[in-house]
Design a protein around this ligand. Structure first.
Ligand code: SF4
Length: 298
């Protein structure tokens, strides 16, 4: 069995893992792990889509001043659902949602929280032993660690919360990648949990009534699970060998935080001063403004 630790910490090549409130629940061999680079699903998928995007996000760690509404909604939904599952109280979740009325109206939050509770009341009431918004870090090899933050593990099901402005549930589910859920299931099973089902727990933000709540699930395929460490290692190897972080323009550019930098033909040799002049936050100069748990396009 691989060593496993629920852990706060990050490496230059990782997204920060700083939002956890439950990190002490699991403990583990952390000190040794901090010596190795840590990769996450977000950082690996960012590199796969476009090495230059990875470079901005995880090597230079620049962040936009303002986040897109979809990112803000996603973060707010995670926070409110975390509160709902931890407290099992609609009132507590509603209080948390009050901080996010610039993202969605009080009425939207009221109907979402009460509707969600009515839809999934039994599982929320029974969620006493649920694993909620937990950070984790596991060793993949002698060279790298893999980490992340899982949304919810209920019994043998692993759930990932998603929110979307897309109204058509079928459209949302089409071509959905299950790679992240498999990677998180692998991490949990490394620790000794049993995960048999993967679930996308979706809030269709523009829908009304019960249609706002959607779940798509599939059983865990052990053959798929077995490929996870190899796939993480292969992508991490490409990152560690990368020097140029070449830009790979494509469809993903439309939703990329860093498109203004590409538009201005900025590359890895750009100075911090020039980066700051574009309106991006830059870790090198504004460290205190960078939340380690800052949202990322993935
Ligand atoms: S705008 Fe496109 S090419 Fe530039 S970093 Fe983003 S995804 Fe890559």
């Amino acid at each position: 069995m691989l060593p496993f630790a629920w852990h706060l910490g990050h490496h230059e090549a990782s997204v920060g893992l700083g939002r956890g409130k439950h990190a002490s629940r699991f403990g583990g061999r952390v000190g040794e792990m901090e010596q190795r680079p840590l990769f996450t699903c977000s950082s690996l998928s960012s590199f796969k889509y476009c090495p230059r995007q990875y470079y901005w996000g995880y090597v230079r760690r620049v962040r936009p001043q303002l986040y897109a509404p979809r990112i803000l909604l996603g973060n707010a939904v995670h926070e409110v659902l975390e509160r709902l599952y931890v407290t099992r109280s609609v009132a507590a979740a509603t209080t948390t949602a009050e901080r996010h009325q610039s993202v969605r109206s009080a009425e939207w939050w009221r109907t979402t929280i009460t509707g969600y509770y009515q839809t999934y009341a039994r599982e929320i009431i029974d969620a006493v032993d649920a694993v909620v918004e937990q950070e984790f870090r596991i060793q993949i090899s002698s060279e790298i660690d893999f980490g992340g933050r899982l949304d919810l593990a209920l019994g043998e099901s692993l759930l990932d919360h998603k929110s979307t402005g897309i109204k058509d549930a079928n459209r949302w589910g089409r071509n959905r990648s299950w790679e992240q859920l498999y990677a998180y299931a692998f991490a949990l099973m490394t620790e000794g949990h049993t995960i048999t089902t993967l679930v996308y727990n979706v809030i269709l933000a523009e829908q009304k009534g019960p249609k706002r709540f959607l779940r798509i699930s599939r059983p865990v395929d052990p053959r798929e699970l077995d490929t996870i460490p190899m796939r993480i290692q292969a992508c991490a190897d490409r990152i560690l060998e990368s020097v140029e972080y070449e830009a790979q323009p494509g469809g993903r550019c439309r939703a990329c935080f860093y498109a203004p930098l590409c538009d201005q033909k900025m590359g890895p040799d750009v100075s911090d001063e020039a980066l700051l002049s574009t309106g991006f936050k830059c870790k090198a100069r504004q460290h205190e403004e960078l939340s380690p748990g800052a949202p990322h396009p993935d």
